[in-house]
Unconditional design. Structure first.
Length: 159
């Protein structure tokens, strides 16, 4: 038997320590929480992606009375970005969330399905997507979705 330990790196920041571009992206994700349609969960998630051309595209969770028909903020942002700018790699993705009491103190992390979609972007453009997870207490940055999705499954695994 052999034990394998995986190495995952997460950086912790305060907002003012980040670059102007990253702060702008985080603010866009915070603003995007106001675009959520979360009548069922009352959990309002905002996401903002920075494309290689510098543009920011936002997303927010969209819920539905038929629950599985809704979509997370991260995927609305990623899919909107790719639908509008199909050749532009996503460099960075920021995520923020609030409930009825306000913005979350701890960083929010993407669900498993969103991690898989972000992985597809990394695979498609052959470059990592930086991820900024916002909380009012602290911000986490992660240099690749692979740190959040170890032993991941990509197209290459099928050949
Ligand atoms: N949600 C997101 O938009 N992103 C996440 O990372 C976690 C969950 C949404 C889905 C649903 O509308 C609500 O939050 C509660 O799960």
């Amino acid at each position: 038997m052999k034990k394998i330990n995986l190495d995952i790196t997460i950086h912790e920041w305060q907002l003012e320590e980040l670059s102007v571009e990253d702060q702008e992206l985080i603010r866009a994700s915070i603003d995007a929480t106001n675009h959520a349609y979360a009548n069922y969960s009352h959990f309002y998630v905002g996401a903002a992606v920075r494309l290689a051309n510098g543009k920011i595209v936002i997303g927010a969770n969209q819920e539905n009375a038929a629950f599985p028909s809704g979509l997370c903020a991260e995927r609305t942002a990623v899919f909107a970005a790719q639908a509008n700018f199909p050749k532009e790699p996503i460099l960075t993705l920021a995520i923020a969330a609030k409930n009825d009491k306000g913005l979350l103190a701890e960083p929010i992390t993407p669900c498993g399905a969103c991690r898989q979609v972000i992985l597809e972007i990394e695979d498609r453009y052959r470059q990592p997507v930086r991820i900024l997870l916002y909380g009012t207490n602290k911000i986490y940055s992660i240099d690749s979705i692979k740190d959040l999705l170890p032993l991941s499954f990509i197209d290459e695994n099928m050949h």
